[in-house]
Design a protein around this ligand. Structure first.
Ligand SMILES: NC(=O)c1ccc[n+]([C@@H]2O[C@H](COP(=O)([O-])OP(=O)(O)OC[C@H]3O[C@@H](n4cnc5c(N)ncnc54)[C@H](O)[C@@H]3O)[C@@H](O)[C@H]2O)c1
Length: 133
């Protein structure tokens, strides 16, 4: 199984990657992260040089980069953690929230459709999915 994990240098994504590589030693992960104020590559330092793990610094809104990645890697699934998640910042500047949380998701979804990726897990919040019953 080969996963594209986006935003994997953030809080939840880095823990997810660590969990997956521990529980599924034969899986591979490409971690695409823009390294904003929220991303820290130190979170995954232990996987440097691990053939199962590849880090790509980049932005999920960049269509050509996403196309190249999907074309060359042939993912089985996409797990999108990449987000502007510090909600208070959106009051000062909503632009990056629209770019990443809306346009970026659309770019990833389109690529998944074009390249026939069968599974897409969108990590989000209760503001989007609604409260649990
Ligand atoms: N942390 C929580 O308690 C919590 C709770 C509920 C839901 N969530 C949701 O889960 C998701 C991940 O949360 P988190 O806490 O890990 O976030 P985070 O802010 O810690 O990490 C986000 C990651 O996305 C990267 N990123 C941002 N914009 C990007 C872009 N355009 N392209 C590529 N990478 C980009 C950042 O560099 C960072 O590594 C978010 O959608 C968040 O709303 C988080």
């Amino acid at each position: 199984m080969k996963l594209l994990v986006t935003g994997g240098c953030g809080f939840i994504g880095s823990n997810f990657i660590r969990y997956v590589l521990r529980e599924h030693p034969d899986w591979k992960i490409v971690n695409l992260d823009k390294l904003t104020y929220a991303g820290n590559p130190e979170n995954l330092k232990e996987f440097e040089g691990d053939p199962r793990y590849r880090f790509v610094k980049g932005d999920i809104t960049e269509r050509s980069l996403i196309d190249d990645l999907f074309g060359s890697e042939r993912f089985d699934a996409v797990v999108n953690f990449a987000a502007e998640s510090h909600v208070d910042r959106s009051i000062l500047d909503p632009g990056p929230f629209i770019e990443t949380n809306v346009k970026g998701v659309q770019v990833l979804l389109e690529a998944a459709r074009r390249y026939g990726v069968g599974r897409f897990l969108q990590i989000s919040t209760d503001e989007v999915y609604g409260p649990r019953g």
